[in-house]
Design a protein around this ligand. Structure first.
Ligand code: ACO
Ligand code: ZN
Length: 441
């Protein structure tokens, strides 16, 4: 029976099963889309349906028009909306569309670029041309147009399962794999990320594929953790396959075909069988907005074990080598914001807590400027200020900003630092930044 706490949900699609039972694809309003799912009628309270207001509502209802219902809550909403949402954080409810008279009105999505086929996979077909192969492109390029009616399709998860090495992973969002691959399990070669339709095809591929690590240069290794730098121009197929996989877990980025303007930093864990992908981030070769990360992902099987913060730490280590400050591309996802906030807080507190008393001796408090914190961490000024403000450490006093560290904050930092077992060791990074403006991409 429906309870009072059943959340409102939008029905995005309805399908009839072979046994004639109806299944409903629902989005829980106010929850992240990764919780969207097919439910049976027992999960829906049909006494609380509100129909779309459009005149053509009934005609449209089957597929294109969302219908509001209340449905029993997803079993474990893994995260609530961020406590203090900021303008650059992805909003959890209906992020890409607003409803007008019951139909979807679409806002500010960029048009996918023309498909580039020259480097496509050999046996699997390329994604169908109406769906963008979702590869990021630097902001500022590409045109802004209203989205077409395929939006309802891209709002729904289309892949049942991804098998990657020893992991079977349930995708969170739509990803534009070719039409013939969808609604079933996709099998990926864990080293070159080629996708095929069946385990048999994968076995055939594995007999031929000699790769035991991502392509590109290994630029970091410490114990079992390595980072490979992959040029989106030189290893286009790999980069595109990586983006297709990543799109299964990234909802909020506008994504494009073109991988050339990006470098991809793939983090792996090494064992006797090879270098297994754990996560990655992409980075524009040249960013006019000082972005040092475009998209970042820890594969779900490895999440919540500190790898996300390791990827973030690595991205700032690269910025340190470049002598620049950097920031992640906006908007951040809910989990992205949590991870960045946690990383920034630790990186800044590490400096503040380890500061020596003022050189002038006496009772003087240690002094540091925001710019010095930026230089030491490579964290961009606005992120340093937002973190200090979020932690409630910054006060304006007699014309000056004063940072006050409470015992509580110091203890929280100590606990977090003790929890963080793996860290990036700059001595293990063998990398020279390139000036892409001089080289051509
Ligand atoms: N619920 C609550 N807190 C969480 C969750 C969760 N599901 N996942 C991570 N966190 C918190 C952790 O508690 C940790 O904070 P703490 O150290 O202060 O406790 C912090 O986030 C980072 O945790 P990690 O274990 O280091 O991060 P993880 O390996 O899980 O990766 C990431 C984080 C990359 C954001 C991962 O969740 C992910 O890949 N999500 C899907 C893709 C995505 O949203 N990427 C970011 C988009 S923004 C951008 O691309 C610029
Ligand atoms: Zn392979």
């Amino acid at each position: 029976m429906a309870g009072a706490d059943w959340p409102l949900a939008e029905v995005l699609s309805i399908r009839e099963e072979l046994d004639k039972s109806m299944h409903y694809y629902v989005h829980y309003i106010g929850y992240n889309k990764r919780l969207d799912e097919w439910v049976t009628p027992v999960r829906i309270d049909f006494t609380k349906i509100s129909l779309p207001k459009s005149k053509n509502a009934l005609k449209e209802m089957t597929v294109t028009t969302p219908l509001a219902v209340t449905a029993s809550r997803p079993s474990s909403p893994d995260i609530s909306a961020p406590a203090t949402p900021e303008s650059w954080v992805q909003q959890t409810s209906t992020p890409t569309s607003t409803r007008e008279n019951g139909s979807l009105a679409l806002k500010g999505r960029k048009r996918p670029l023309k498909m580039e086929n020259e480097d496509s996979q050999d046996s699997a077909k390329t994604p169908h041309p109406t769906t963008p192969l979702q590869v990021p492109r630097p902001s500022g390029s590409g045109s802004l147009v209203a989205h077409n009616d395929s939006d309802i399709i891209t709002r729904m998860k289309n892949i049942e399962m991804v098998e990657l090495g020893r992991h079977r992973i349930k995708p969170w969002y739509f990803s534009p794999y070719p039409q013939e691959m969808v609604n079933s399990c996709i099998y990926l070669c864990e080293f070159c990320l080629k996708y095929v339709k069946s385990r048999k095809c994968l076995q055939r591929h594995l007999q031929k594929c000699t790769l035991k690590h991502p392509p590109g240069n290994e630029i970091y290794r410490k114990e079992t953790i390595s980072f490979f730098e992959i040029d989106g121009r030189k290893n286009k197929t790999y980069a595109q396959n990586l983006c297709l996989l990543a799109k299964c877990f990234l909802d909020h980025k506008t994504l494009y075909y073109d991988t050339e303007p990006f470098l991809f930093y793939v983090m792996t864990e090494h064992d006797a069988k090879g270098f297994h992908i754990v996560g990655y981030f992409s980075k524009e070769k040249e960013s006019s907005e000082d972005y040092n990360v475009a998209c970042i992902l820890t594969l779900p099987s490895y999440q919540r074990r500190g790898y996300g913060k390791l990827l973030i730490e690595f991205s700032y280590e690269l910025s340190k080598f470049e002598g620049k400050t950097g920031s992640p591309e906006k908007p951040l996802s809910d989990l992205g914001l949590l991870s960045y906030r946690s990383y920034w807080a630790e990186a800044i507190l590490e400096i503040l807590i380890n500061m020596k008393p003022s050189e002038h001796g006496g009772d003087e408090r240690p002094q540091i400027t925001i710019n010095e914190i930026c230089e030491m961490t490579s964290v961009k000024k606005e992120d340093v200020i937002s973190t200090l403000t979020y932690l409630n450490l910054i006060n304006y006093y007699k014309g000056q900003y004063i940072i006050t560290l409470t015992q509580e904050v110091i203890e929280a930092y100590d606990r977090a630092a003790a929890k963080r077992k793996i860290r990036i060791d700059s001595k293990c990074l063998h990398w020279t930044p390139k000036d892409w403006s001089k080289r051509g991409r």
